[in-house]
Design a protein around this ligand. Structure first.
Ligand code: IMP
Length: 212
């Protein structure tokens, strides 16, 4: 028997980020689980005081599960740039400021990377991480992490997706996440081989463990 706990019927998607919510709903869609968001339930956003992606995902999932007495799924994710020692990392949302201005956040990343003289693609390595946590009201937790490597492009390209998608070119591809449809960004092949995006990769592990 699987050591993992199965997710059934209903789950709270513990996010107030519209882009993430859309992607998480798309990923959950084939499994027939009713997804309601923390925003729709009017749940408050807990303070993200963790120092890792997973700690923050657990904080968000735990807060929603306790408040609504239902299992809750949270994603904590971000863009990490090798030349910036992994920044913005867990602070990816904060670099966009109160106004959630991701054009400004991408410009800030670019300014810092250029200031270090990083112009060649091999100096512009970056990756996205998605930590997914499901927490049940009794405190049980399941944790999954996905990563996609690529390079930063300048200027950013494309208007699809959200956040830092336009400045991220995934390894082996010629279009940025901002130029891909969400199906392409998830890249979930029908044969079950490896998904593309960090979130889809983490979700593939989650689905195998908790939704199969
Ligand atoms: P969180 O709500 O603290 O996890 O914020 C994560 C931030 O990382 C988001 O607001 C985005 O800026 C960025 N991010 C995470 N995943 C993605 C993605 O798939 N595409 C683009 N940006 C992302």
């Amino acid at each position: 028997m699987s050591p993992h706990r199965r997710l059934a019927e209903r789950v709270i998607i513990a996010t107030h980020n519209g882009g993430k919510l859309r992607e998480m709903r798309e990923l959950m869609a084939p499994y027939g689980i009713d997804c309601v968001s923390a925003g729709e339930l009017g749940l408050p956003e807990p303070e993200e005081t963790g120092v890792t992606f997973m700690e923050n995902a657990l904080i968000k999932a735990r807060a929603a599960a306790m408040a609504a007495n239902l299992p809750a799924l949270a994603d904590d994710s971000g863009l990490c740039v090798a030349a910036l020692d992994g920044a913005p990392g867990i602070y990816s949302a904060r670099w966009a400021g109160e106004a959630k201005d991701f054009a400004a956040a991408m410009a800030l990343v670019e300014e810092k990377v250029k200031a270090l003289g990083c112009v060649a693609p091999e100096q512009r390595a970056s990756w996205f991480i998605s930590a997914l946590a499901i927490v049940w009201p009794d405190g049980h937790a399941e944790e999954f992490e996905g990563r996609i490597d690529g390079v930063l492009v300048d200027p950013p390209r494309g208007t699809a997706g959200f956040g830092y998608d336009p400045c991220f070119l995934p390894e082996g591809h010629s279009r940025t996440f901002g130029e891909m449809t969400s199906e392409e960004k998830h890249g979930l092949p029908a044969d079950g081989s490896r998904a593309l995006s960090h979130r889809a990769r983490a979700f593939q592990m989650l689905a195998k463990a908790c939704l199969a």
